[in-house]
Design a protein around this ligand. Sequence first.
Ligand code: BES
Ligand code: ZN
Length: 623
Amino acid sequence: MHSCARTIPFACFLFLGTHVAQGADEEARRDFHSYANPEHVRVRHIDLYLDVLFDKQVIQGEVVLAIERTSADAKQPLVLDTRGQNIESVEESQDGQEYKKTPFDLGKVDPVLGQSLTVRLPEKVRSVRIKYKTGPRAAALQWLTPAQTADKKYPFLFTQSQAIDARSWIPLQDSPRVRVTYTARVRTPKDLLALMSASNDPAQKRTGDYRFEMKQAIPSYLIALAVGDLEFRKIGPRTGVYAEPKVADRAAKEFTELEEMVRAAEKLYGPYRWDRYDVLVMPPSFPFGGMENPRLTFASPTVLAGDKSLVSLLAHELSHSWSGNLVSNATWSDFWLNEGFTVYLERRIMEAVYGKARADAEAMLGRRSLEREMADLPKSDQVLHIDLKGRTPVDGLTDVPYEKGALFLRHLEAVYGRERLDAFLKGYFNHFAFKSITTAEFAEYLNDHLLKGDAEKAARAKVEEWLYKPGLPSDAPNPTAAALERVQASAHEFAAGKVKATDLPVKDWTPQQWLHFLISLPADLTKDRMRELDDAFALTKSGNSEVLFQWLLLSVQHGFEPAYPRLEGFLTEQGRRKFLKPLYEEMVKTPAGKERALAIYRKARVTYHPLSVDTVDAIVGWK
Ligand code: BES
Ligand code: ZN
């Protein structure tokens, strides 16, 4: 029953919309992106046996699923998600010892969701064993040739399960509502190291036969594996970094504050509950900046700027150890619960470790980025609780869940004060620890633990508007940073021809200031002024991936040809979707640009991750 019946009516008017009306809870927990039926039969634990076959680019797998009946209806079958795999056999067991083959049905193929795998089972069956092989284009897997790695000596394999691609390498209930513990035994070539989102021993020798255990229950999108020529560098007592030999020292130097970040987060939100926290620096084709695989964040090497200027990514992925991994979104419509909270936490950690000025600058950049993106988004994509019926979770991957979500928490901070919001968040993480929740469940908890009792403040919180309406409320926080406002003024003076590039006061500019300077330049800047900037500051040669990206984007927008060779280099040497998407989108706006985009893409496509390939295929009209 909804809490409104129990709470004081004046805080309750906020929640009487259709979203959380009685009986809607069940509906809100429906996951349009999974065939699974955890409300009847639920997988609780997974044992994986994986053979990583580099020569065939196949994982040969055996998975044992421990199941539990969650409804009285004993006729309900077990329903799993699978996509593109070869299912060789399904066996059932009552005692986990003796197995016998059992028939199974594969549903019709949906290009996004894959297929349901349905197994009718006697009531007493508790274990199901499936033998399978991954298919040739398993979306979660990227098989890299030695040439695609930093050291160029060994092949590399990594998985990226979020959002709905775990089903392409393991048959399972691929919905974030379903949490499982797991163990794994992974066989690889002897000279490679395997790591998972589970227990990893920093002293592990290379044997080609590795064992893992994840004792905490996690959603399937957090199951992860990486296999490559990897070395470990210690940072703190429970923190460290894995990377290819060539990158390992550089990564350890960039990430020296990792342990401090964990301590800062614990001080704010309670104990880190996952034992070790390590970071794995990925090969350059990794399609994201970072991925919060529990105990082992995967990070793009594009964050190794050399000056720690992009380490907010670590603060971000670390924060997911509370928001996302401890308390997870129940469906992909609730994705903002993961990312919005995480961006808010990220900035709090940045403030604690690197100071308020830096955190404010990043918050200001965040809000500006949100405004720019939202200007082009349909209203329905501007809401935190997004309707994804008939769409893929990737469609929800905009600044809205991230930056609007973070602004909402910042707004609550403004209304209730830091102390109360901190206490609320700590309580929230404890209350929902190891659970997956919907936006409505969050709203109910918020009502009960922060809003109720003070009608005036509750009205100012505007929860209904923040969660379910497009755009930003008129009193949304507008973070500002003096350092950025100064460079914004410089950008305007430069653009108006009042100062020369060489007279700009760039001496102590941080990368954040450079970013804001570039973003603040007007659309009608001439090529000569672009050249003037490049002559003065060698932006085309910037070693900071974010600054370089902004500069290259400007270069395409302004037809600044001297940057094109670097543009081609950047698009072929790394595969981060966030960098690829805007650059290709900008290029295809003109016929000549489209030619150039295709010429680059023809070469680069084989180096990109399947997710980035999907994105760029659509942009350039690849057939
Ligand atoms: N969990 C996300 C990455 C993700 C989201 C992968 C949805 C697949 C589907 C990760 O925590 C993230 O947000 N990464 C950002 C980092 C940034 C906001 C600091 C990225 O990769 O750009
Ligand atoms: Zn995130």
